[in-house]
Design a protein around this ligand. Structure first.
Ligand code: GLU
Length: 473
């Protein structure tokens, strides 16, 4: 195979959507698998809807996921922005006009609308009737769009790498507008011009673009350009089989970062939306690069399943080393007011090892980590059930015993056994008020681990504070 060159071409009108991220991932993996190139192209020709914030959000999302892109040889920056290439597009429109393959169309939006409505009423497929094809020369005073002269005979066959053979009858194809009356070029034209300029070998994109493909192929033919290969990947649907939208949960990639998902888990989850390899669920990035092929993407829609994403995220947390989990954890701790500079990393490692089995997200992990680093901790409402006057003898006995106990697992265990015998209570009854007092929560890792990590000074101080509070009521 000659060099694989693919691109992700988002329109910057919002955030990086889950579906877009998956398209980007499939392109990235295909390029990395074949040792090819992966480019990023910002499709911002619709300047009214495109914003710089949206471009930033897309780049940020891509970086977070680790989808690095290659520098296109033909551009100055590392990202191609279509909004900067209008002169080129105009020259390409002029080229088609000169070749007699395009023509000015003076029909107004209202006229076109009227004709469309009439066609629908008469149960005809609404199509442009080609009336301006017959005009000769320009009428300079009137605004005009430029249309491509579609060829009416024959078929266009797309051998799609995902969908298989898809045949389009040329007779059904409209004379496409390639430049609007304000002179701006349209999507189908600029995509072809740029896919050619970037020497794209494989166009991998959502199947909502499948119908654009024959239109684009006509333009390749008109310019005399070689046609790339196409792979149209199916949409992602919600459990109700409707196209994935906000109502199914977060659709912006960044929101998942906010909610404590790991990028590795997102990648692993996204790739499985439509692609599979035997019945394997968990893949390292290296394995994905080795195993991914776009030909193995299924042709039917993928269903977004948030529980599975949670499961995969929990898997990556559970099996993650402290070195792996610390970087994503730090920004969430910072949000809770715990800055990196004030963290004893040795202690953080211990906390992570104690918490990773029980954390489903990095946000959850950060919330459970906070109490080990804060001076003053907030108390959950639920701790009231355990921090009550009846439990004062437990708190006091534990406090006094712990003052004499080395804060290591085994001596702590022994000390608690002694207290259980003395107070004739089960360990859970003793541990729960202590857990509430020292963590501010009703769930935590095992109490000996908690105390050992927290250390004597902080533990005793918190128990003392609770004793004083209960005595003051
Ligand atoms: N800009 C198009 C979109 O965001 C993608 C076009 C393409 O991949 O050809 O849907």
């Amino acid at each position: 195979m000659s060099e694989v060159r693919v691109r992700f071409a988002p329109s910057p009108t919002g955030f990086l959507h889950i579906g877009g991220a998956r398209t980007a991932l499939f392109n990235w993996l295909y390029a990395r698998h074949h040792g090819g190139k992966f480019f990023l192209r910002i499709e911002d020709t619709d300047q009214a809807r495109s914003t710089d914030e949206a471009v930033e959000a897309i780049l940020d999302g891509m970086r977070w996921l680790g989808l690095d892109w290659d520098q296109w040889e033909g551009g100055a920056g590392d990202v191609l922005r279509q909004g900067e290439r209008f002169d080129l597009y105009k020259s390409k429109v002029a080229e088609l006009l000169e070749k007699g393959l395009a023509y000015p169309c003076y029909c107004t939006a209202d006229e076109l609308k009227e004709r469309r409505q009439l066609a629908m009423k008469e149960k005809r497929v609404p199509r442009y009737d080609g009336r301006c094809r017959k005009l000769s020369g320009l009428t300079p005073d009137l605004p005009f769009a430029i249309r491509f002269k579609a060829q009416a005979e024959g078929k266009i066959v797309v051998n799609d790498l995902v969908k298989g053979e898809v045949v389009f009858d040329r007779s059904t194809m409209d004379d496409l507008i390639i430049a609007r009356s304000d002179g701006t070029p349209t999507y189908n034209l600029v995509v072809v011009v740029d896919d050619v300029a970037m020497a794209i070998s494989h166009v991998i994109r959502g199947d909502d673009h499948l119908n654009n493909t024959p239109r684009q192929i006509q333009l390749y033919e008109a310019f005399g350009y070689p046609v790339p290969k196409f792979a149209h990947v199916p949409m992602i649907l919600g459990a109700d089989k409707a196209r994935l939208s906000k109502r199914h949960g977060a659709t912006a990639v960044q929101q998942y970062r906010e909610e404590g998902y790991l990028p590795e888990a997102m990648i692993n989850y996204l790739v499985r939306l439509g692609w599979s390899y035997q019945d394997q669920e968990i893949f390292s990035l290296q394995e994905l690069i080795e195993k991914f092929s776009v030909e193995d993407v299924g042709s039917s829609a993928a269903i977004f399943n948030p529980e599975k994403l949670n499961w995969i995220n929990a898997h990556y947390i559970k099996t993650g080393t402290p070195e792996f989990l610390t970087p994503p954890l730090l920004p969430h701790l910072a949000k809770l007011g715990i800055q990196k500079e004030g963290i004893d990393l040795e202690k953080l490692n211990q906390v992570i090892l104690a918490l990773r089995e029980r954390s489903r997200s990095i946000v959850e992990m950060a919330e459970s980590t906070a109490c080990y680093f804060q001076d003053e901790i907030p108390y959950d409402e639920k701790t009231k059930k355990f921090l009550k006057v009846e439990n004062l003898p437990i708190l006091e006995t534990v406090r006094n015993t712990l003052a004499e106990t080395p804060f290591e697992h085994d001596p702590l265990k022994e000390a608690f056994q002694g207290i259980c015998e003395k107070l004739e209570k089960k360990l859970a009854k003793i541990a729960q008020p202590i857990r509430a007092a020292v963590t501010g929560k009703t769930v935590s890792p095992g109490i000996f681990d908690v105390l050992e990590i927290l250390g004597k000074e902080k533990s005793l101080k918190r128990i003392d504070q609770q004793i004083a509070l209960l005595k003051s009521v």
